[in-house]
Structure formats: C-alpha cells, structure tokens
Design a protein around this ligand. Structure first.
Ligand code: UT7
Length: 332
C-alpha cells in the first residue's frame, strides 16, 4: 500500500503591510483593542495587480524546489481558496498550474474557507493511498483584501493576504506517512461566516440585499465560541483515536484566526508555549493559507526537522473543521 508523506513546504507573503495604526485611521478601532482581542499587530496586503494565483504559484515554486520532486512528476494540483482570481471559473488551481508550467495536470479548487488546507491535505492523502496519484501539489492561497469590507471594523481588522504550499508524495515507508486526518462540516451554522452576495442563492437569501459585493460578513462573537468548542474537541479526538499524547507533538500548528482561540485550545491540551506555532501577530487571518504559511515560518527558522510530528487544527466558514497528525518527511 502507498502512504502519503508530507515532503516540503513553501510560502509567499506580499510586501505591503497594513498595521493596526493604519486601520485605526480607516475605521473606529485602535491598536490596543485589536491587540487585546485578537493578538494581531499587522497583516500583509497583495498589490492591486497581484492575484491569488500569483501568490499561490510563488509558494508552490518554493515547495516544489524543496521537495526534491521533479516538476514534471507532479500529477495533481489542488488549491484551497475563498478568494479565487475569478469566481466560478476558471479555477485558481488551473491558472497556478499554467504559471508553473504544468498545463496538462489535473487541477481543481476546493472551498472550505479557513479549513481549506486540512481539506486539501486529506484529498492528497486519499488520491495517493488509492494509487491514483504519486505527487500532489497542494496550495492554500488567499487575497482576502479583495473580499474584505474596509468599512466594517468587525472583519477588516482580522484578514490578510498570502499563500502556502506543500508537496505530498507516495512512500512505502509507513514511518513517513501522514498518520490521520479528521474533517467535518455543518451547514446549520452557514450564516455565521459568509459572503452572502454574488452567488446563485444571493437573489433570495442575501443577508444584505442592498450590497452587490463579495464582501465577507461574520458574526464574530458567535463564531469565536463555536471555534473554541469545535477546535478543542477536534484535537482531543484525533490524539485519543491515535493514542498520541500532547507532549509527543513537536509543533501544534492551528489556524491563525485569533490568539485567544489558539491559547484556549493550547491550554486545553496542556501544551507548552514552545509547542504552539504563532504567526497571527504578523499575518492576521489568511484563511486557507494560514496553516502552510505558519509551517513555512517554522521551516525557514530552521526549526522543522525530519520526523518531527505536527498537529494541524483548523476551523472556518461553512462551518468546516479539521485536524491532522503529520510527521515532516522530507525526501532522504
Ligand atoms: O477564521 C475562521 C473563523 N473566524 C474566527 O474564528 C474569528 C472569531 N471571532 C473573533 O475573533 C472575535 O469575535 C472578534 C475579534 C471578531 C471580535 O472580538 P469579540 O471579543 O468577540 O468582540 P465582540 O464582537 O463581542 O464585540 C465587543 C465590542 C462591541 O461593542 P459593544 O457592543 O460592547 O459596545 C463591538 O462593537 O467591541 C466592539 N468592536 C470593536 N471595537 C473596536 C467590534 N469590533 C471592534 C473593533 N474595534 N475593530
């Protein structure tokens, strides 16, 4: 049987920085409020002519280089995004594939909001374990600034842009394999976090019939409570199912939505500070890109070594959630 190994990571962060002080000039907020309630200090914003696919392709290029897998051996490209270059079609994955020089490879997008990276990891694992594919390029890429209402202080303080990518390859060595992935969704809570306009349902269901935009809307406080509850249950379940103790986790890499959410989940698992990966202060919430961007930070700091176990945990619009137990397994 083929197993799926997490071979490499790459990321791209756009140059422009939007600080809390900048936002305080745009809406009624303050650095103090944002820092205290979210832990965010700044976020990066893509240039006007810089698309989600541009960021995704740059992150992917790096991940491929670092994987030791030849570009022509990539046989599937999957992109998780809620801010595609074009709504509906073509998919951002196909545009990224062409930018990378992989024009004949199966490519598609998925929509699972902030859980996107865990979802595409599960897709890569399934394709590889079934024997259908050998080297899967997965990308979380977001230009959230394009769907953020910079007059809404409840959301505009949270989101940033960026991309992260990984190469997942077949291996027959079980020690290298992704151990387990748990995923779930519940549409009952769809209205907590959504872009109500621009889709086929918007004519009837729109929360804001007047607006003709793809801006995100969020019931922040309710989302916060469900996030803490779901994320904590999720990580406890996956550790118990696999008989792994929290002290065996080298890097806990949660979706970077809010420092207080991360702290609550980390405390529930009794994790030490050095086990918890935190990038929320400098990138804000980059939805599907947040986990791979965070893994890349650990990698580029020289702190991600072969065989070290990562616990990924994400939660987002849908609602969707997921967790994964992933050893870092670069090609030997
Ligand atoms: O990424 C996937 C899922 N997303 C999340 O997990 C995000 C979850 N939610 C959150 O992170 C938090 O709910 C927020 C950071 C969005 C908001 O923090 P909160 O502690 O839940 O605040 P709140 O919405 O309960 O608002 C408290 C007060 C309100 O004022 P009143 O009614 O008490 O007078 C808000 O109007 O804070 C006010 N407020 C602000 N004040 C200054 C809301 N946003 C701001 C702001 N600056 N930006």
């Amino acid at each position: 049987m083929a197993y799926a190994a997490f071979r490499s990571i790459g990321a791209y962060v756009p140059k422009k920085i939007l600080t809390n002080e900048d936002l305080a000039k745009m809406v009624d907020t303050s650095d103090e409020w944002i820092t205290k309630r979210t832990g965010i200090k700044e976020r990066h914003i893509a240039a006007e002519n810089e698309y989600t696919s541009d960021m995704g392709a740059k992150a992917a290029e790096l991940a491929i280089q670092r994987s030791g897998v030849a570009k022509e051996d990539i046989d599937l490209v999957v992109c998780a995004t809620i801010s595609p270059d074009y709504f509906c079609m073509p998919s951002t994955a196909t545009i990224i594939s062409t930018k990378l020089g992989l024009p004949n490879v199966q490519a598609f997008d998925i929509s699972a909001a902030c859980t996107g990276f865990v979802y595409i990891l599960s897709i890569a694992k399934a394709f590889i374990e079934s024997g259908m594919k050998k080297n899967v390029l997965i990308i979380g890429a977001e230009k959230l600034s394009a769907i953020t209402d910079y007059e809404d202080r409840g959301t505009c303080i949270l989101f940033g842009d960026g991309a992260g990518a990984a190469v997942i390859s077949a291996t027959d060595n079980k020690d290298e394999a992704i151990i387990d992935i748990h995923t779930g969704a519940d549409g009952e809570f769809a209205d907590l976090l959504m872009t109500p306009n621009g889709g086929s349902g918007s004519a009837h269901d729109s929360l804001d019939q007047e607006a003709n935009s793809c801006f995100m809307q969020m019931k922040g406080n309710e989302t916060f409570k469900v996030a803490v509850r779901t994320l904590t249950k999720d990580v406890v379940d996956i550790l118990e199912t696999n008989n792994i103790k929290s002290e065996d986790i080298k890097h806990f890499v949660p979706h970077q939505a809010n420092y207080r959410i991360i702290k609550a989940v980390g405390d529930a698992l009794k994790l030490k500070e050095e086990q918890v990966v935190l990038t929320v202060a400098k990138y804000g919430n980059t939805s599907g890109a947040s986990i791979p961007m965070a893994i890349n930070d650990v990698y580029e700091a020289g702190n991600l070594k072969a065989g070290e176990l990562m616990l990924l945990d994400a939660f987002g619009g849908g609602l969707t959630w997921g967790s994964a137990l992933v050893p870092f397994s670069p090609k030997k």
